[in-house]
Design a binder for this molecule. Structure first.
Ligand SMILES: Nc1ncnc2c1ncn2[C@@H]1O[C@H](COP(=O)(O)OP(=O)(O)OP(=O)(O)O)[C@@H](O)[C@H]1O
Length: 259
């Protein structure tokens, strides 16, 4: 397998009726890197994310992950290959405990059949204990273990976002897709979320994230892909992207539009 093309998007084209959402979109992601996906509103970021995660099939083009073509593969099969994701809007179970929320994420890795669930066999109980232990490990890794028995609804917004990341991590991915990890997170908690993501990355997990918070993206990401009107207009380090005339134009143009 080619580490430089751990994830590879090639010539992806998506249209919704007459609207072209992604046009001949290509980029590669190295194994273990943190890559950001940015662009003005409507640029195609969510569409691209959904193509990579398997919620949307491109009209043309393909996606390979760890050398394997995955377009057409449903999301749960991608999890099996080592790809997990979080969502733009919080998708936690507020009435479950923090630990139980993470345990839900582990179930994509394990799975005694439905009969075992009904009979609650010995092997199922053992499996549940294993899942509980793994979920607890994830909480410890992300510094949320002290909240394990709290209801998810009691968490701060930043902690809830971290809980969602912990749940995705429970599937033991090698690539984590984060959809706006600090959207709505109060300024005071943003740095903490950034540290958590860095820590996950240090443990060997690659991160691809969509985010509007520019300071967050510039600080955190090794590389950044910039989209505008469904096309890639830049792909490189924060330093190079920050000064790219096309990128400046895309954002300034948008500001001018809102003025
Ligand atoms: N299901 C859909 N049906 C029709 N048009 C859609 C659909 N999803 C997205 N679009 C359109 O495709 C384009 C790209 O949308 P997308 O949501 O991918 O952009 P984005 O960069 O994620 O935007 P934002 O930053 O606002 O979330 C937009 O013009 C949007 O209106």
């Amino acid at each position: 397998m080619d580490d430089a093309r751990y994830l590879s998007v090639a010539g992806v084209h998506v249209n919704f009726g007459g609207l072209v959402a992604l046009s001949d979109l290509s980029f590669d992601m190295r194994r273990g890197q943190i890559k950001g996906l940015i662009g003005p509103n409507g640029a195609g970021k969510s569409t691209l994310f959904n193509v990579i995660a398997g919620l949307l099939r491109p009209a043309r083009g393909g996606v390979t992950f760890r050398g394997q073509a995955i377009e057409g593969l449903p999301p749960h099969r991608r999890i099996g290959l080592g790809m997990a994701r979080t969502f733009q809007n919080l998708q936690i179970f507020k009435d479950l405990s923090v630990l139980e929320n993470v345990m839900v994420g582990c179930h994509s890795r394990f799975g005694s059949g439905i009969l075992a669930a009904v009979l609650r066999t010995r092997s199922q109980r053992q499996e549940e204990e294993r899942i509980r232990a793994i979920a607890m490990q994830r909480l410890e890794q992300l510094g949320l273990q002290h909240k394990a028995t709290a209801r998810a609804s009691e968490l701060s917004f930043g902690e809830a976002k971290i809980l969602e990341i912990a749940r995705a991590l429970a599937a033991d991915p090698t690539l984590l897709l984060l959809d706006e990890p600090v959207a709505g997170v109060p300024h005071a908690e943003v740095r903490h979320v950034m540290e958590v993501i860095r820590e996950i990355n240090r443990s060997g997990v690659g991160i691809l994230l969509v985010e509007h918070n520019m300071g967050f993206v510039m600080n955190l990401c090794d590389d950044i892909v910039v989209l505008n009107y469904g096309r890639k207009i830049a792909d490189g380090s924060a330093q190079s992207v920050r000064h790219d005339p096309q990128v400046l134009q895309a954002y300034l143009g948008e500001d001018a539009g809102h003025a």
